[in-house]
Design a protein around this ligand. Structure first.
Ligand SMILES: Cc1cc2nc3c(=O)[nH]c(=O)nc-3n(C[C@H](O)[C@H](O)[C@H](O)COP(=O)(O)OP(=O)(O)OC[C@H]3O[C@@H](n4cnc5c(N)ncnc54)[C@H](O)[C@@H]3O)c2cc1C
Length: 430
């Protein structure tokens, strides 16, 4: 755990962000993927490993997906989470506009015969120790800025050693690579996150430089935004127009990530003018207001879906408050573990009736007397009630102009008789 996040190699203190997790959690992606895969397995969702999607067709009734070995799968919807070169995106004919790479980095895990110079380099990258293998050999993670961005083949150990010599004057006797790869700052975003019954999430929808460590976070939040909406459509609780809110909400989020990673790529340029720019930005980011703003953007804590305005909480991530409920003390995020919408009533008990939405919407009556503090905005007026979507964003706030939650609950979570109205542009208060 680190109390800082990086922005163009400038470290920003995040310890005063109003969140329980005011730190950067350094978790290897392979561990993160294992944890997620275990969870998916617990939920009983089948994963077909070792098979490739070769193509698909879609019509009004569904999607037919062709998989290797002549297998074909039928589904109501197909979500392409197949990375930056997404076959699903290309087959759906969705454009991927953006800009080509301006910088390329080699990345590797190797053993070094000599003790290397550990630490970050002014032009980005550097060397850091990772772990020891069974034979006691120390592995190092090496990231090196390359002098070209166009490459026709994967890098080799010889390429890595040459790059080490160019950067450090020695290759430290690098040998036994676990893997060697490269990445760059190509910045592209799908023109649309939906084409009929096909949707895109993760790197299939957006690629950018890895500066600030935002790609996986953004992709996982795409999936969280889309998952509950798809479930409602598949179960017949919502019309499929609710899926259009996925693009409307998530496209602007990744567009901001592309903007800030492109800015970081510029700040990382090692020439004199860009170093002067970085010094200037470093000075600005010593001030609390700019630091908090950029830190909230890099961590994704400032995400605000446009649900029509009104109370500042509307569309924002619900804070994880310590509540006193009729079942005892409870945190807001515990209420979300079932991935069901929650109508949280903090006023006089018995005011609201959610029986038309039972069991989909859970009514929780609770007390909270503390401050409502949001990232970037600071303290906001305490609402008397909020409706929280399964993705943790606030869909309705129980104050003027719409003191009754029924309209918002119908718009976002359908109705008991399955006559759900489209939620598109459903500014619950607006
Ligand atoms: C050096 C580096 C550091 C990074 N650090 C961070 C960080 O600190 N924090 C962060 O949030 N993000 C980070 N990222 C970004 C993060 O790694 C990516 O955003 C994330 O891996 C994207 O996940 P994804 O599942 O969308 O795509 P991918 O990880 O690309 O996964 C796509 C999957 O689809 C499979 N696939 C592709 N085509 C097919 C097909 N036709 N049929 C079947 N399967 C297919 C692939 O095999 C792969 O398993 C970093 C990236 C790099 C390069």
């Amino acid at each position: 755990m680190h109390p800082t996040v990086g922005y163009g190699q400038i470290l920003l203190d995040v310890s005063d962000l109003p969140t329980r997790h005011n730190y950067l959690l350094a978790l290897w992606q392979k561990d993160f993927e294992r944890i997620m895969a275990d969870w998916v397995a617990e939920l009983g969702v089948p994963i077909l490993r070792g098979r490739e999607v070769e193509g698909f067709t879609q019509d009004d009734r569904g999607v037919v997906v062709d998989v290797t070995d002549g297998m074909s799968l039928r589904a109501d919807y197909l979500v392409g989470c197949d990375g930056g070169r997404s076959l699903i995106r290309r087959t759906a004919g969705i454009g991927f506009p953006g800009v080509d790479a301006s910088v390329s980095f080699m990345i590797a895990e190797v053993v070094m015969a000599e003790e290397p110079t550990v630490g970050v380099r002014p032009e980005g990258g550097g060397i850091g120790p990772i772990d020891r293998d069974g034979g006691g050999r120390s592995y190092y993670r090496v990231v090196l800025r390359e002098d070209r961005v166009d490459h026709e083949s994967e890098p080799t150990l010889d390429d890595l050693c040459r790059a080490l010599v160019a950067a450090y004057g020695t290759d430290f006797g690098a040998h036994s690579p676990r893997w060697i790869s490269r990445f760059d700052d190509t910045s592209r975003q799908a023109a649309s996150y939906r084409s009929g019954r096909v949707l895109l999430a993760g790197d299939a929808a957006h690629v950018h430089g890895p500066f600030g460590g935002q790609g996986l976070n953004t992709g996982v939040q795409d999936a969280v935004n889309l998952g509950w909406k798809l479930a409602q459509v598949v179960h017949g609780h919502s019309p499929d127009t609710i899926l259009d809110t996925y693009h409307a909400e998530r496209h602007p989020v990744a567009a901001r990530v592309l903007r800030n990673t492109m800015a970081q790529a510029a700040l990382n340029n090692p020439d004199e003018r860009h170093l002067a720019l970085r010094d200037t930005v470093t000075e600005l980011l010593q001030m609390d207001e700019p630091r908090r703003r950029i830190a909230a953007e890099i961590t994704g804590l400032d995400i605000n879906y446009d649900l029509g305005g009104g109370h500042p909480l509307l569309g924002r991530r619900m804070p994880d408050l310590d509540l006193l409920t009729t079942d005892g003390p409870m945190r807001v995020f515990e209420l979300l573990h079932e991935a069901r919408p929650v109508l949280l009533d903090l006023g006089e008990p018995g005011r609201f009736d959610v029986s038309p939405w039972t069991p989909r919407v859970r009514l929780v009556e609770a007390q909270f007397t503390g401050r409502w503090e949001l990232p970037v905005l600071g303290e906001v007026p305490a609402p008397s009630a909020v409706a929280i979507r399964p993705d943790g964003h606030v869909a309705w706030v129980g104050d003027a102009p719409d003191p009754e939650p029924a309209r918002a609950l119908r718009a976002w979570f359908g109705s008991s008789r399955g006559t759900a109205r489209p939620a598109g542009g459903a500014g619950a208060n607006g």
